[in-house]
Design a binder for this molecule. Structure first.
Ligand code: CTP
Ligand code: MG
Length: 230
């Protein structure tokens, strides 16, 4: 089976603030989404990258994407929630992608994915019958608090991981999973796969692949991009 990538990029970036959706904010001289696109389209193991943007997106056409041309498709079918954008994108991909092909879903807002992390995901999740995702063991001490923010308990962090993207599953299984959880709106693909009774594999990553969410995150992302591991 072949590997494909899907980048959901139809969000408005409310927590970042500002008019321009965060996927288009300048990062090291390029719109943020360029970095995710370059990493995925730059892998010879990935056949094509699909980008899902909002039907109302007024920015995509302002940029020159020709360097990715033969292996990039843009789909103007973003939905209200991230899961809707991914589901709509998967449905549109079905023309080219076979049921058993792998689809790597990767946030436009994770510009610092390294080539080594991507390779490890392709190797390890690709050898798993279900698939998997990049994840990092929780490092901080975890507190459970009441509504007044007074600590109730300290939760053991053993066995707890932070889920990242890419998350990689078979096209047909992922589309079915996202149809099934329509009312629950999962925040990642793995949650939908778990709801089918499957157990995705966690592939060890590190926090350089963090999600750019707030304005301060842009500084760290720029530092990492200017000092790459690979
Ligand atoms: N996304 C999407 N469709 C949506 C919402 C989000 O394709 N309806 C995408 C975003 O563009 C981003 C990724 O999903 O690449 C992760 O979402 P998030 O970081 O939450 O981005 P936003 O939803 O844009 O930000 P916010 O939640 O702060 O509004
Ligand atoms: Mg969001």
């Amino acid at each position: 089976s072949d590997y494909y990538a899907l980048i959901p990029a139809a969000g408005s970036g409310a927590r970042m603030g500002g008019e321009l959706p965060k996927q288009y904010l300048d990062l090291a001289g390029k719109p943020m989404i360029y970095h995710a696109l370059r990493r995925l389209a730059g892998s010879p193991r990935i056949r094509r990258v699909y980008v899902v943007i909002s039907p109302e997106d007024a920015y995509w056409d302002d940029y020159d994407w020709r360097e990715f041309a033969p292996r990039l498709s843009v789909l103007r079918c973003g939905g209200a929630a991230r899961a809707d954008s991914v589901r709509n994108g998967l449905a549109a991909m079905a023309e080219e992608v076979a049921e058993n092909d792998w689809v790597l879903v990767h946030d436009a807002a994770r510009p610092c994915l390294s080539a080594a992390q991507l390779e490890r995901l392709l190797d390890e999740a690709g050898a798993d019958p279900v698939g998997g995702l990049l994840a990092v063991p929780v490092a901080d001490t975890l507190k459970r608090a009441d509504a007044g923010r007074h600590v109730c308990t300290t939760e053991p962090r053993e066995g707890l991981w932070q889920a990242q993207t890419p998350q990689m599953f078979r096209h047909a299984m992922l589309l079915q999973a996202l149809h099934q959880v329509r009312d629950a709106v999962p925040t990642d693909e793995a949650r939908a796969i778990e709801a089918l009774g499957h157990r995705p594999l966690l592939v060890v990553a590190d926090n350089s692949n963090f999600k750019v969410t707030y304005p301060r995150d842009l500084y760290l992302a720029r530092l990492i991009l200017e000092n790459p591991d690979d």
